[in-house]
Ligand binder design. Structure first.
Ligand code: HEC
Ligand code: HEC
Ligand code: HEC
Ligand code: HEC
Ligand code: HEC
Length: 224
């Protein structure tokens, strides 16, 4: 007897299950891509761990950590203005005209010097334009770089350490005494208070004439 098998389905039944799983992966993947796109499009407030590749393999671990160069040698406007400044090529050549002067890693620095075109460092920390921030106001009131940037001296490549959200700013503005240090310790990366932070903080708060909580949480302080 001739056996006629049923017309074959385009796919065996069990495949359907996989199509469902596959579709949901695609769906989830889509949502994920969207989430990442939104996240990436938002200014750099919540990008903890954001560490873009830089045009030169400059290492804070080596220069600020092992060699112990003070932050202000390169970020020399950090205690006098709102911006911290990224050093111009000449600052690198103060040393690299002689040290490792033929290093391949320093080719972009030598090219920048020869052409006069600045190195295009990729910005890492980036608040939205509607927020006012000022470095000197913090650095001259005993808030250390490490409170906001983490242990830069341990970073081969700089990455964002804190969320930089409004909630994060306000957290400190409500209780700044927890974070105040003597002024000569602001760039010390491994700073530990010599006395009880509570007592020290209260004393420094009075000494630096820090505004009260009301003024430090006033909307117009940061949204001008
Ligand atoms: C020899 C020069 C030099 C020294 C010293 C130095 N930096 Fe930098 N810093 C740079 C350069 C160049 C960049 C830009 C490239 C990069 O991000 O690595 C930078 C970037 C940064 C950034 C990220 C800026 C952004 O785009 O958001 C932070 C934060 C920073 N430095 C903090 C520090 C701190 C804190 C110290 C001291 C512990 C320090 N730096 C010491 C040269 C220096
Ligand atoms: C105060 C001196 C000093 C300054 C300023 C300085 N460096 Fe350096 N840099 C050094 C020393 C010392 C070394 C280590 C050399 C060695 O390993 O023998 C080094 C190493 C390097 C290396 C690794 C080179 C290699 O071949 O391995 C790079 C890249 C570099 N520096 C980039 C920079 C950049 C970019 C700047 C400016 C933002 C800068 N440096 C500023 C002293 C300095
Ligand atoms: C109270 C928090 C805080 C402290 C303290 C602080 N920073 Fe920053 N830093 C920021 C924020 C926020 C940004 C991003 C600013 C923006 O987008 O306008 C930033 C940006 C930077 C940049 C990029 C250039 C710029 O000015 O935007 C460098 C370099 C930098 N900081 C270095 C330092 C160094 C060095 C110290 C210590 C001497 C320090 N910062 C102390 C919060 C801080
Ligand atoms: C770790 C603590 C700390 C963090 C984090 C912090 N601040 Fe502050 N901020 C202070 C202190 C302390 C002062 C000085 C207050 C004073 O002098 O009365 C200050 C002052 C200010 C001022 C007044 C500046 C001026 O011109 O007088 C502004 C604006 C400001 N902060 C914005 C911000 C923003 C925006 C953020 C978040 C991106 C932030 N701060 C994060 C501690 C902090
Ligand atoms: C210490 C500084 C600081 C103070 C004070 C402050 N803000 Fe903000 N604000 C920020 C920062 C930084 C951002 C951007 C980062 C973020 O969106 O969290 C922000 C973002 C915002 C946004 C945009 C919201 C969003 O999700 O993007 C609004 C609206 C806002 N603030 C309103 C206020 C109001 C209203 C007050 C007073 C009750 C206030 N802020 C006080 C720092 C501050």
């Amino acid at each position: 007897m001739l056996k006629i098998s049923p017309a074959p389905l385009p796919f065996p039944k069990w495949v359907n299950k996989f199509l469902v799983i596959g579709a949901s992966i695609v769906g989830f993947g889509g949502a994920y891509v969207l989430a990442v796109a939104i996240y990436a499009a938002a200014p750099g407030t919540q990008r903890i761990g954001y560490a873009p590749k830089q045009p030169v393999a400059y290492s804070h671990l080596l220069h600020a950590g092992e060699l112990g160069i003070d932050c202000r040698y390169c970020h020399n406007t950090v205690d006098t203005s709102a911006q911290a400044s990224i050093p111009p090529t000449q600052v690198c050549l103060n040393c690299h005209a002689n040290i490792r002067s033929t290093s391949e890693k320093l080719i972009p620095i030598r090219e920048s010097y020869a052409t006069g075109m600045p190195v295009e460092w990729v910005r890492i920390h980036d608040l939205p334009d509607f927020v006012y921030f000022n470095h000197s106001a913090h650095v001259n009131r005993g808030v250390g770089c490490a409170s906001c940037h983490g242990r830069i001296d341990k970073m081969e490549v700089v990455s964002q350490d804190q969320p930089l959200t409004m909630g994060w700013c306000l957290d400190c503005h409500r209780n700044p005494e927890k974070h105040l240090r003597p002024l000569d310790e602001v760039t010390t990366m491994d700073y530990v208070p010599l006395e009880d932070q509570e007592a020290l903080g209260e004393r420094l708060k009075a000494e630096y004439k820090i505004r009260d909580r009301e003024k430090l949480t006033d909307c117009s302080l940061c949204h001008r």
